[in-house]
Design a protein around this ligand. Structure first.
Ligand SMILES: Nc1ncnc2c1ncn2[C@@H]1O[C@H](COP(=O)(O)OP(=O)(O)OP(=O)(O)O)[C@@H](O)[C@H]1O
Length: 251
């Protein structure tokens, strides 16, 4: 479970002024659940994902994972926490080191973030690559030898390999063609059922958001302005802004 309390994020921009990108957000992400997050460009979705994955710190507020606040943890505890929360980004090719073979990319993550013994590593990685439905020979390829869809699956395998409880997918399927995208989404849904992790699925695309989850957060100007759980129809969105956002995609 991840709990965010009174989270704000400000950036210093030119002329000594500050830009408040996230404004006092409170939310609890339940265990074993998928949330979709939609919102227009610049509303703060990626900033929120960077805070949730500890890439950046909030200016104000606290993030709790399993009731433990991040600040003040020892290095070892922090390492464990980092494994707990993973992120899969839009641009798979830039997220993968072009100089490393897929095996080494996944192994690096495992070595840094888990206690899996070296003797067990190969079997574990082969199993992981099978879970994302890639042939094992991919492990000995470089990322640029793979298709966009295959690279995406490698990113998913790397994230899953450290057994995270929480995964943020930030526009993770953008840029894939419709058929490949659906296959990746179905894979993610299967993996979620198997691993019982919590997903925060960030997307511009309302259809993708609904395909992944009926639990939808809408973000505007640094706030979560609406949370619809158990969405049954577009009419369940009550906030005027959500309605405009949905309408703009449907017309
Ligand atoms: N490091 C930074 N320094 C200054 N401003 C930033 C920084 N990172 C983000 N911003 C600003 O914060 C706002 C929110 O950006 P963010 O990327 O979180 O939005 P987003 O909803 O993810 O947008 P998109 O859908 O286009 O990715 C934008 O105005 C952006 O310019």
């Amino acid at each position: 479970m991840i709990n965010i309390k009174n989270i704000s994020k400000q950036y210093h921009i030119k002329d000594n002024s500050t830009l408040e990108v996230l404004k006092n957000i409170n939310f609890t992400f339940k265990h074993n659940h998928i949330y979709s997050l939609i919102g227009e460009s610049g509303s703060g979705k990626s900033t929120l994902s960077r805070l949730l994955t500890y890439i950046e710190k909030p200016t104000k507020g606290e993030i709790y994972i399993n009731n433990r606040e991040l600040n003040g943890l020892s290095k070892k505890q922090l390492r464990r926490m980092r494994a707990n929360v993973q992120m899969v980004l839009q641009n798979a090719s830039s997220a993968l080191d072009p100089r490393q073979k897929v095996y080494d990319i996944i192994a690096e993550s495992i070595r840094n973030l888990t206690d899996i013994a070296r003797n067990d590593e190969k079997k574990y990685i082969e199993n992981m690559i099978e879970k994302v439905e890639l042939p094992s020979k991919v492990l000995y390829s470089y990322p640029n030898e793979l298709s966009g869809g295959q690279q995406k699956r490698v990113c998913i395998a790397r994230a899953m390999s450290v057994s995270p409880q929480f995964i943020v997918f930030d526009e993770s399927v953008s840029g894939l063609d419709v058929i490949v995208r659906k296959k990746v989404l179905d894979l993610l849904l299967r993996l979620q059922r198997e691993y019982k992790s919590t997903y925060l699925f960030i997307t511009h695309d309302i259809d993708v958001a609904i395909y992944m989850s009926r639990d939808i957060l809408v973000m505007k100007d640094g706030n979560i302005i609406e949370h619809v759980s158990n969405l049954k129809s577009y009419k369940d969105f009550r906030h005027e802004y959500s309605k405009i956002l949905i309408k703009s995609q449907l017309t």
